[in-house]
Design a protein around this ligand. Structure first.
Ligand code: SF4
Length: 406
C-alpha cells in the first residue's frame, strides 16, 4: 500500500508545534488561518490558529460533542462548524489536544488577530474570545469578492497592516523591526513555493500525492509558515515525492480518472472517502482547499504590499468570474475529468455550487461535475450512504464519457 514516508516527520513537526505552544514563555497571538501570520510572528509571538483546532475537532469526530454548547449561547447550527465546535470546546474545557499533546486548551492569547479575507464569521468568532478572555482584538477587513486585485485595494489593505503595528508592539513588548518582518516573509515565501511544488507533483500520472494526503500534509504551511521548520519540512516532503515521480510510483497505479475537489474537506470522513476513491481507481489530484496556502505574491522587498496582495487575492475572496478562471486553469494543468463540489452546510463562503458554477464549468470545459452535500465538521449534515452512491455513479459517468469521447 502506498504510504508517504514523511508522515512520521510530519507527526513530530506538528507534535512539537503543539507541545511547544504549551511550554512556551513567548507572548501568544491567535490568528485566522489566512491572516497576517508573518507580521505577527515578526514581533516574536507564538501563534495559535483556532481554525486548525476546528479541523482537529472535525478530524477526531469530536466536533459534534461541542457544537451544542455553542448553540446554547445562541450560535446557530447553520454557521461555521469550526466556530461552533471551537467555542463549544472552550466552554466545555475539553479538547483532543489534551490526549494528543497534553494541552488542556489553546494557551491564553495576549492578542487576537483576524482577517475577513475569508469570511465575516472569523470576526464574530475571534471577537467572542476577545470578550471572554478580555484580550485586545484587531482585524483586517479587505474588500471582498474581487474580479481583480487592484493597486488601490492593495494600498488599502497594506495600510490596514501598518495600522496593526501599535497593538502588536504594545502586546508583544517589542518594537516593529522591518528586517524581522522581511525575514519571516521570506521564509514563508520559500515554504509556500515548496508547498506549491508538492501539490503540483500531482500533475504527473500516476500522481504521488492525493487531495486526502495533502489535507494532512498541509499542517505546517497553515500553522508554521514564516518559520524554518515549515520550509525544512516541505523540502523533505518534496524530495520524497520527486523520488516517487522518478520511479513512477503513485498513490494509484491505474488512474481511471482524475478528479478535482472543490470546497472544504469533510474532516471526519477523510479516510473512508480516500479509500472509496482508491477502490474505484479514481484519483483526486487537486483541490481548492489545499491550494489556498499557495501565496505567489509574497516578496520580502515589499513586505506590506506583497502580503496585502497575497492575502487578498486568495480564491475564497474572489468573484465567480475569477474563481471560474482559476478552476479552468487547474482543470487544464491537472488534466481533470471531473469536479466534485462539496457543498458544506455551515460554510457557504467556501461552497461554490450555489450560483450555477458547476453548470457553467461543465459547459465551458466539458468536465463532469457532482455536488455532494456535507460539512467540514458537523457530520449531521453528511449522509454517507447517499454520498457513496452519488460518487460511484459519478465515477462511472466520467468513465462512460471518456469511452464515448475516445
Ligand atoms: S471560511 Fe468557512 S470554514 Fe473557514 S472560518 Fe469561515 S465560515 Fe468557517
Amino acid at each position: 500500500m502506498y504510504k508517504i514516508q514523511s508522515s512520521k516527520l510530519l507527526k513530530d513537526v506538528m507534535g512539537n508545534y503543539f507541545r511547544g505552544m504549551g511550554n512556551s514563555n513567548k507572548k501568544m497571538a491567535w490568528c485566522t488561518s489566512v491572516g497576517p501570520a508573518e507580521l505577527i510572528r515578526s514581533f516574536g509571538f507564538e501563534v495559535h490558529f483556532p481554525e486548525n483546532h476546528g479541523a482537529l475537532l472535525g478530524a477526531t469526530r469530536t466536533a459534534n460533542d461541542f457544537i451544542p454548547e455553542a448553540a446554547k449561547l445562541g450560535y446557530s447550527n447553520d454557521i461555521c462548524s469550526y466556530l461552533t465546535a471551537d467555542v463549544g470546546s472552550f466552554l466545555k474545557k475539553e479538547t483532543p489536544m489534551n490526549e494528543h499533546y497534553g494541552l488542556t486548551g489553546a494557551p491564553k492569547p495576549d492578542l487576537i488577530v483576524y482577517s475577513t479575507n475569508q469570511c465575516r464569521e472569523v470576526q464574530d468568532w475571534f471577537t467572542y474570545f476577545a470578550r471572554e478572555l478580555n484580550v485586545p482584538v484587531i482585524g483586517i477587513t479587505p474588500p471582498r469578492h474581487l474580479d481583480e486585485v487592484s493597486g488601490e485595494v492593495i494600498a488599502d489593505v497594506a495600510a490596514q497592516y501598518k495600522n496593526m503595528i501599535p497593538a502588536c508592539e504594545k502586546t508583544s513588548g517589542n518594537k516593529f523591526d522591518i528586517d524581522k518582518f522581511r525575514e519571516t516573509l521570506k521564509l514563508s515565501k520559500e515554504a509556500t513555493d515548496l508547498w506549491k511544488k508538492v501539490l503540483f507533483t500531482a500533475k504527473a500520472k500516476p500522481a504521488p500525492i492525493s487531495f486526502f494526503d495533502a489535507a494532512i500534509h498541509m499542517g505546517p504551511i497553515v500553522v508554521l509558515r514564516g518559520t524554518q521548520i515549515a520550509k525544512s519540512y516541505y523540502e523533505k516532503l518534496l524530495g520524497e515525492l520527486e523520488g516517487n515521480l522518478d520511479q513512477k510510483i503513485g498513490f494509484l497505479e491505474n488512474e481511471k480518472c482524475r478528479i478535482y475537489w472543490d470546497g472544504m474537506p469533510i474532516w471526519g470522513k477523510l479516510r473512508p472517502l480516500s479509500d472509496l476513491f482508491i477502490q474505484n481507481n479514481a484519483a483526486i489530484v487537486a483541490s481548492t482547499y489545499c491550494n489556498s496556502w499557495v501565496f505567489d505574491a509574497f516578496d520580502e522587498k515589499n513586505p506590506f504590499e506583497s502580503s496585502a496582495k497575497a492575502y487578498t487575492e486568495i480564491f475564497i475572496n474572489r468573484s465567480e468570474k475569477a474563481k471560474e478562471k482559476i478552476l479552468t486553469g487547474m482543470i487544464n494543468d491537472f488534466e481533470i475529468d471531473g469536479i466534485i463540489f462539496h457543498d458544506a452546510k455551515t460554510c457557504f463562503n467556501n461552497s461554490n455550487a450555489r450560483f450555477g458554477m458547476p453548470q457553467r464549468l461543465k459547459e465551458s470545459t466539458g468536465v463532469q461535475t457532482l455536488i455532494i452535500e456535507g460539512d467540514l465538521c458537523d457530520l449531521r449534515f453528511y449522509s454517507e450512504g447517499q454520498s457513496i452512491t452519488k460518487i460511484e455513479t459519478f465515477i462511472e459517468q466520467i468513465e462512460g464519457a471518456k469511452i464515448s469521447a475516445a
